[in-house]
Design a protein around this ligand. Structure first.
Ligand SMILES: NC(=O)c1ccc[n+]([C@@H]2O[C@H](COP(=O)([O-])OP(=O)(O)OC[C@H]3O[C@@H](n4cnc5c(N)ncnc54)[C@H](O)[C@@H]3O)[C@@H](O)[C@H]2O)c1
Length: 402
């Protein structure tokens, strides 16, 4: 199937469509000119950054993955992308981010994955189906892409003796997160009841006395309590990585991202984040529709800061003890509500004010906010994009598929 894909050189297209590794490698040889000619396991520069590693980024054509690839290429790493270009999030075809070797392929396919691991020092595993999805009909695909895909990748890594993994985790693993009750201290409320949500009672009460709660920041050691299929699949990914590290002597560094926003976000689909849904509504000339009462607390972190966290993780993962896993929250440190995000975007766009609808999605949590102190303390990472600045720019930047 020789088919021109938008904006890609014909040969590149053919290589990707056929999964023909020989042709892809030939193309990548030309592209290594842009990799600064480096190879091997890398070295550190005067600022302590690792350079010259060969990094496989799964899902590297996606929103976060392509920002990670851009930073890796900028740093002089050699980058290979493995991405299935899922139609749900890639309405237009693409040849992957520039400066990297691109392989069109699925992480559930052991042959493709094993070949993609050739010569690789570190894997940065971003590939996943994201978001709440449509309904339970999506569940097999979530579990297939996220968990079977991770298991296939990890077993291939063990076979090929690739020992270092950076895994894109998510705050969704915590469920409702951490709350404080004036009488019972720290408590973990259960899932919100449909009857409460129907009646507009969105705040989860204390599970012991029913008093109102105050939401608090969640640390990495908080218990995991996934509330939807996607969240369950992200928890399983982490457990698989831990089992792989123990059994193979590998090292895994998990970055639990908060709500990521910024340029290149897929435009509104059931798999897109809330910032993209609001931004897409504004582009259609419509008001952003804010569910519940808009007071849900989140931490919106800019995609360039998440890419920066991945750089820090790729630098650090090789220093972890063999057989271990270390987890880090990745948030901006600034708590905002969903309503505030909608209002800030509408203001920056110059569009209609948000409408608060009172609708809800059963799998959503009320408040979840991260404590990213561990990432700052241990890896020296800082979120650098203030909310106002990031949102102002996001209002004008293209979404993927626009
Ligand atoms: N965007 C967020 O707010 C957010 C928050 C927390 C965690 N995450 C995690 O970050 C990672 C990247 O998410 P994103 O927002 O960039 O999503 P995205 O949908 O833009 O990117 C994911 C990429 O993975 C690819 N992919 C999916 N299944 C695949 C498979 N089976 N084989 C090969 N490629 C496959 C898709 O084609 C896509 O290009 C995911 O692991 C996600 O769980 C994202």
């Amino acid at each position: 199937m020789e088919q021109q894909r938008n904006g890609c050189p014909r040969e590149y297209t053919i290589a990707a469509m056929r999964h023909d590794t020989r042709v892809t490698r030939a193309i990548s040889t030309q592209e290594t000119l842009t990799f600064h000619g480096l190879g091997g396991v890398g070295h550190r520069d005067a600022r302590g950054y690792r350079r010259g590693m060969h990094v496989l980024v799964t899902g590297g054509a996606g929103f976060v993955g392509s920002a990670v690839v851009a930073r890796l290429v900028e740093r002089g790493h050699r980058v290979r992308v493995l991405d299935a270009l899922l139609p749900a999030v890639h309405p237009e075809t693409t040849c992957g981010p520039p400066g990297a070797e691109f392989r069109l392929g699925d992480v559930r396919d052991a042959t493709v994955v094993e070949s993609a691991l050739d010569g690789v020092d570190v894997v940065c595993h971003q590939a996943a189906m994201v978001g709440l999805g449509l309904d339970l009909e999506d569940a097999p695909d979530y579990v297939g892409c996220n968990d079977l895909g991770t298991a296939v990748l990890l077993s291939a890594m063990a076979r090929k003796r690739v020992t270092d993994l950076v895994l894109a985790g998510s705050m969704v693993v915590y469920g409702e997160g951490r709350y404080l009750c004036s009488r019972h201290g720290a408590v973990a409320p259960g899932p919100r009841a449909r009857a409460d949500l129907d009646a507009g009672r969105f705040e989860p009460p204390c599970p012991h006395c029913g008093r109102p709660l105050i939401s608090a920041l969640v640390g990495e050691d908080a218990p995991l309590d996934p509330r939807n299929v996607y969240a369950a699949s992200k928890v399983a990914q982490e457990h698989l990585a831990a089992a792989w590290a123990r059994a193979s002597g590998g090292r895994a560094l998990v970055l639990r991202y908060h709500n990521v926003y910024g340029p290149g976000m897929p435009k509104d689909t059931p798999y897109a984040g809330v910032a993209s849904l609001f931004r897409s509504a504004l582009a259609r000339g419509e008001a952003p529709r804010v569910f519940e009462d808009g007071a849900q607390r989140r931490d919106f972190v800019h995609v360039t800061d998440v890419a920066g966290a991945n750089m820090a993780a790729i630098d650090a993962v090789g220093e972890l003890p063999e057989g271990s896993v270390r987890r880090y929250n990745v948030g901006s440190g600034t708590v905002r509500t969903i309503g505030e995000m909608a209002a800030a975007l509408a203001g920056a766009w110059g569009g209609p004010a948000p409408v608060v609808t009172g609708e809800y999605r059963l799998g959503d949590v009320r408040h979840i906010t991260a404590d990213s102190a561990r990432l700052r303390r241990e890896l020296g990472w800082r979120a650098r994009t203030p909310f106002e600045e990031g949102v102002r720019a996001f209002a004008r930047e293209p979404l993927r598929g626009e």
